[in-house]
Ligand binder design. Structure first.
Ligand code: HEM
Length: 414
């Protein structure tokens, strides 16, 4: 708990720090990378270079400190960070480095206004957050039967072009799990094993990018069920435009990784994971490459809970651009209770489940589905729109879950 002495300093300074957020963040990363250049291998330098990191680590620390005694608000965001941190291999010893540079940056930007008491209060608040994260990360590492920053070497056994910009890679274990890590529920191929995962989870992929002379890590949702003793990821090549940086890793994977390549991946992480065995009707609502975790979910449901009612709604440019559509059609043939709706910008109106234009859920949420549970994945604005639509249609806010690709917006707590 934050001490009574520190509390007023934190409360008074949060608005000031937020106001100087960009300056503090810039100084924080600059100083940290200067004294610890090895950390560039850990962070997403594409986001750094383009200044596009919507939510910097520093901003997050201020947001959390402002809510430090409101665990109901913090718990879900902390859980998300913990999974992300574990997937990139954050260790306890990283925390003092970040902490000292963050406090240093506050001092540097606020100058004389940063009194000894104020800096001590921030050290205390950071320490509390760091301890909470370190504890939860250690628990997750243990739960995964892994060491912090332990990577699994996998071999690419299939590379498939799903559409012009989307490629899926099927990954098979090589051999680096030790016998005590081989839990009974592993996905095994002969002597080789991968940990099982929950539908909706992702793995981090770590690759060395020659042009940057850096290792870079990115997260990709697993896009298949636990059924072939392999993992599959589906990667969209980010070409880059005025709004989004070109994807260093996605382009690298498309260009350099082929069948037989070996890459490092993390243990499966992420808490965007529906209870597959539950009978509550479930809505899977996605746009673009946000379809990837939904494929895994719908496949797991078709295998393990085939009588469950599923509403699968997806927005895309056209039918040809939808990754894994053949698999969805196949499941549809097998599952009586799966309803699909595709909202397409360019619809040829050749299929009964096609609609032209932007997604509109109005006609698709039956009385039964008002009491359903929903999983949304796609661009932030898309998820905001669909969440609002679901709320208007009477769905309970607690039954709407979303997965953000990239740093989560913390606007709801800042
Ligand atoms: C109290 C301390 C910390 C807080 C509050 C914090 C917060 C966050 C948040 C909010 C995210 C984005 C999660 C998302 O995707 O939604 C994140 C990601 C990340 N954090 Fe932390 N973090 C802390 C400490 C650290 C430390 C000590 C390190 C290691 C030096 C670190 C490295 C990373 C990395 C590499 C990512 C992935 C995003 C990227 O690649 O840039 N964090 N953290």
């Amino acid at each position: 708990m934050l001490s009574a002495a520190a509390k007023p300093y934190i409360e008074a300074s949060v608005p000031v720090l937020r106001q100087h957020g960009l300056a503090i963040t810039t100084l924080f990363y600059k100083n940290m990378f200067e004294s610890h250049p090895e950390l560039k291998n850990l962070f997403n330098m594409g986001n750094q270079a383009n200044g596009s990191q919507q939510q910097s680590l520093a901003a997050a620390v201020f947001a959390y400190a402002a809510n430090i005694e409101n665990s109901a608000v913090l718990a879900p965001v902390i859980e998300r960070i913990v999974h992300k941190h574990v997937s990139v291999g954050i260790k306890a010893e990283h925390y003092p480095i970040v902490g000292s540079h963050l406090i240093g940056a506050i001092k540097g930007v606020l100058g004389d206004a940063a009194t000894t008491e104020l800096l001590a209060a921030w050290e205390e608040a950071y320490g509390l957050l760091a301890d909470a994260l370190i504890d939860a990360e250690n628990r997750l590492y243990k739960h995964n039967h892994q060491q912090p920053d332990e990577w699994i070497k996998v071999k690419v056994v299939e590379k498939r072009h799903e559409s012009e910009d989307v490629v899926s890679f099927t990954l098979q274990a090589t051999n680096n799990l030790t016998p005590d890590q081989l839990a009974p529920d592993m996905l095994t191929t002969g002597q080789l094993a991968l940990p099982t995962f929950k539908a909706g989870q992702y793995i981090s992929v770590a690759v060395h990018i020659e042009d940057l002379n850096l290792r870079q890590i990115r997260q990709y949702s697993l896009s298949d069920a636990n059924q072939h003793n392999t993992y599959r990821i589906t990667v969209k090549r980010e070409k880059g435009d005025e709004y989004k940086p070109r994807g260093n890793v996605s382009n690298w994977l498309h260009q350099h990784v082929r069948v037989g390549s070996v890459v490092d991946i993390s243990y499966p992480c992420g808490n965007f994971t529906p209870d597959i065995l539950n009978q509550q009707p479930i809505g899977l609502i996605s746009a673009g490459v946000g379809i990837t975790p939904m494929i895994s979910m719908v496949k797991e449901i078709s295998i393990n809970n085939p009588t469950r009612k599923v509403l699968f709604v997806h927005a895309a440019r056209n039918r040809a651009s939808i990754a894994h559509i053949d698999e969805i059609n196949q499941i549809k043939n097998e599952l009586n209770h799966l309803e699909t709706v595709f909202f397409l910008n360019e619809s040829k109106k050749q299929h009964i489940d096609e609609r032209e234009g932007r997604m509109d859920l109005t006609d698709h949420i039956s009385a039964e589905f008002k009491g359903g549970i929903y999983y949304l994945c796609g661009p932030q604005s898309f998820m905001d729109d669909q969440r609002n639509a679901l709320l208007e249609l009477g769905v309970d806010a607690n039954n709407i879950h979303r997965e953000v690709f990239g740093p989560e917006s913390l606007s709801h707590i800042i």
